[in-house]
Design a protein. Structure first.
Length: 279
């Protein structure tokens, strides 16, 4: 296992031109790899955001993941593919899916977003992600040479039991690609991410979207960041699209877990967090 390594967190201003979005993504991969990144992480819906959704893709075999696999092989790095719309063979609604690729371009993990963003804000703005998205069913964790990695997407961060389950099952680094909106991001984004890091003594890697989207109908918050197991923000993106580098130090994570053994001190004889096998 590699105990200390650099990651490149990509903040994107994804728009409704797929080719330009992919050109930018490849440029950011090249830049991060040149800076020594062992892993590059993208935000939610990094390949396309428009007034109307782009056609969902097959995984594997679709153009986005195929291109990311090519770049992983080119630079011999891991790529966390933010999220894209995946074809749902069982229905019309699409999955919001993230894929983790190894340096050989092979898929080692695939996660479908568990929680649909269905809310009504105080100003009356309503969002119902479940109208178009099929929710996933699986909690996804994977052992890698970079540590045990857990996967989540955006709205998932508001459900602490998901992160606690991954932490007590050994996850050291949890990815949370997002397209957080300005209304909630300015008040909730950082405090939730740092809390997830503190309470689970793990690294939280949160690449985000930034900029005006869907013809001015929404604005993405940005503020991509990495929080360490102490809850310190060790890397934060500027208010523009680009690459932000951060160091993951698993020896430091072990030290924090020794000094603050809250995961060991849980009263699992009284309460616990479990994954249901069927629902």
């Amino acid at each position: 296992m590699i105990r200390k390594y650099q990651i490149g967190v990509i903040q994107m201003d994804t728009r409704d031109n797929y080719e330009e979005n992919m050109e930018a993504a490849c440029k950011y991969i090249d830049e991060a790899a040149a800076k020594g990144a062992k892993l590059v992480a993208f935000p939610e819906v990094f390949n396309y955001i428009g007034v109307e959704p782009r056609e969902a893709e097959e995984i594997p075999g679709g153009p986005t993941i195929s291109l990311m696999a090519k770049k992983a092989r080119e630079h011999k790095i891991w790529i966390h593919c933010g999220s894209i719309s995946e074809v749902n063979p069982g229905g019309e609604k699409r999955y919001n899916t993230t894929v983790l690729l190894n340096p050989d371009g092979e898929e080692v993990a695939r996660y479908r977003k568990l929680h649909a963003f269905d809310i009504t804000l105080r100003d009356g703005t309503e969002t119902r992600e479940s109208d178009r998205m099929q929710i996933g069913k699986d909690i996804v964790m994977v052992d890698t040479e970079l540590g045990k990695i857990g996967l989540s997407i955006c709205y998932d961060i508001r459900f602490p039991e998901l992160y606690r389950y991954m932490a007590v099952n050994g996850c050291q680094v949890i990815f949370t690609p997002a397209n957080f909106q300005m209304q909630t991001g300015k008040d909730h984004w950082e405090i939730i991410l740092r809390t997830r890091a503190v309470e689970n003594t793990c690294y939280i890697v949160a690449p985000g979207q930034i900029g005006i989207k869907r013809g001015g109908k929404s604005m993405s918050y940005g503020s991509s960041l990495v929080a360490d197991p102490w809850g310190t923000v060790i890397a934060r993106a500027k208010e523009t699209a680009g690459v932000t580098m951060a160091e993951i130090d698993l020896d430091y994570l072990d030290k924090v877990r020794r000094d603050l053994p809250c995961l060991k001190n849980r009263r699992s004889d009284v309460y616990d967090v479990i994954k249901k096998e069927e629902f």
